[in-house]
Design a protein around this ligand. Structure first.
Ligand code: UDX
Length: 427
């Protein structure tokens, strides 16, 4: 089939490359000429395992092209996927739909008769119905559930597919697009627009709630003298609860969960439904950052003023160079404002971190970050940080004190190597 993908961020670039991998001819569209130039050269404009290889393969084969022109995309595509961002509005918790609106307007103007316009962006419930009315085009909603760091895998082998459609024709076209994925046995739910839109926001709200639940238990463990890691292990053994998304720490960040739960609560309130618990989920999450800053202060004797602090991690999560709403950088910046001499190291996110927080110090390796540190904070759970040898690290720092903000280090090992070891969720 001939597909277009409008918006080439994390979602769109991955979707375009994966659709080419499935055998379709794909044109990716973006208003950002710099991004398009990188993609044309077969390069992902961000770190995402496996994506550059797919881009290189399919730009070379000619199955995948990129353009900044809607005219070209409109003339080409039978199905157009809209994959643009929906950031938080500046004036409230709601979602900013300006990119979605201009993408739909842009492609609707140039699309061939009978083309299907498919929204993939995360939007407030009711958006698809409104866009269908405004543009008079055939529309479907097909939310994605991809995680950064696993975007290619999650697109080619998703847990489920959701088609929000109003006609049998739209469903048939989408079944054709995802033919190989469906043939592999992927569960498909065909539903209305509203349910398809809600599928995404509800899933993200549930995940955020799970993380904040265990982080609230971490607060209780800190107050009562428990160990949240053991507690999480016990809870996770119950098949009804499950182990995933039950790791306590400095909390969730990134371009999705924080803004999606706020937008969902905001939209629900407009509809007269009080999802107040999502405000609590958000508040618990932000309190973990406060607690990490407070722990750093306590360990430095009440103030971090002038203290050399090494921060391991800048990305909002491992296997990503994304620093949007990163808990690690938020904590680092706050310690910097308190007068600490902060040095941040991250395996992939240093360039983005520097752009977002130019006043912090940065190191190009773990030893460079640790050298002379009076306090170490582990704030992104990159696997390589788990493998740091505490005896080796003790030889580099000036004072062996560490806060494990992600619950990934072995307390006994670090204590035995002479470290003062603190973790969130431990007394
Ligand atoms: C999320 C959803 O998982 C995905 O389905 C949706 O499409 C977009 O939002 P992503 O933002 O890539 O994906 O990140 P995810 O892997 O879900 O992690 C989110 C944050 O939660 C990270 O900061 C991570 O460190 C944190 N986290 C995750 C925890 O603190 N504890 C956990 O147990 C799991």
């Amino acid at each position: 089939m001939r597909l277009t993908v409008i918006g080439t961020g994390y979602l769109g670039a991955t979707h375009a490359a994966c659709m080419a991998e499935l055998g379709h001819e794909v044109v990716g569209v973006d208003v950002d000429a710099g991004k398009i130039a990188a993609l044309r050269a077969g390069r992902a404009p961000f770190h995402e395992p496996g994506l550059s290889a797919l881009l290189a393969r399919h730009t070379a084969s000619g199955r995948l092209r990129f353009t900044t022109a809607y005219e070209e995309a409109g003339a080409f595509g039978q199905v157009h996927f809209v994959c643009v961002g929906t950031p938080q509005r500046r004036d409230c918790d709601g979602a900013d739909l300006s990119c979605v609106e201009s993408a739909f307007a842009g492609i609707a103007r140039h699309a061939r008769k009978g083309a299907l316009l498919v929204g993939k962006s995360t939007v407030p419930v009711g958006t698809a119905a409104r866009l269908a009315e405004e543009h008079g085009a055939e529309i479907a909603w097909n939310p994605e559930f991809l995680r950064e760091g696993f975007a290619v895998e999650d697109t080619l082998r998703p847990d489920r597919l959701v088609f929000g459609v109003r006609t049998g024709r739209a469903e048939r076209l989408l079944r054709q697009v995802y033919g190989p994925v469906l043939a592999a046995g992927t569960p498909l739910v065909v539903t209305d627009f509203a349910t398809a839109e809600l599928a995404k926001t509800a899933a993200n709200s549930f995940l955020a709630t799970k993380i904040s639940f265990i982080n609230a238990m971490a607060e209780v463990c800190e107050a009562a003298g428990g160990d949240v890691r053991k507690l999480s292990e016990v809870l996770g053994c119950d098949g009804r609860i499950g182990r995933a998304y039950l790791r306590a720490g400095v909390g969730f960040g990134g371009g999705c969960l924080p803004k999606d739960i706020r937008a969902f609560a905001h939209r629900s309130a407009e509809l007269g439904v009080d999802l107040g618990f999502l405000h609590a989920v958000d508040a618990i999450n932000m309190r973990r950052r406060d607690r990490t800053v407070a722990l750093a202060r306590e360990l430095c004797g009440g103030s971090v003023l002038g203290a050399r602090v090494a921060v391991l991690g800048a990305a909002f999560k491992p296997d990503s160079d994304d620093v949007r709403d990163s808990p690690a950088l938020n904590v680092a910046a706050r310690l910097g404002l308190d007068g600490a001499d902060v040095t941040v190291y991250d395996p992939e996110a240093l360039d983005n971190a520097r752009k977002a927080f130019p006043l912090l110090g940065y190191a190009l390796s773990v030893p460079e970050a640790l050298r002379g540190a009076e306090l170490v904070l582990l704030l992104t759970e990159w696997p390589r940080f788990r493998e740091i040898d505490p005896r080796w690290a003790a030889g580099l720092v000036s004072r062996p004190r560490i806060v494990d903000g992600r619950g990934v280090l072995d307390p006994d090992r670090w204590t035995a190597a002479g470290w003062r070891f603190c973790a969130l969720g431990m007394s």
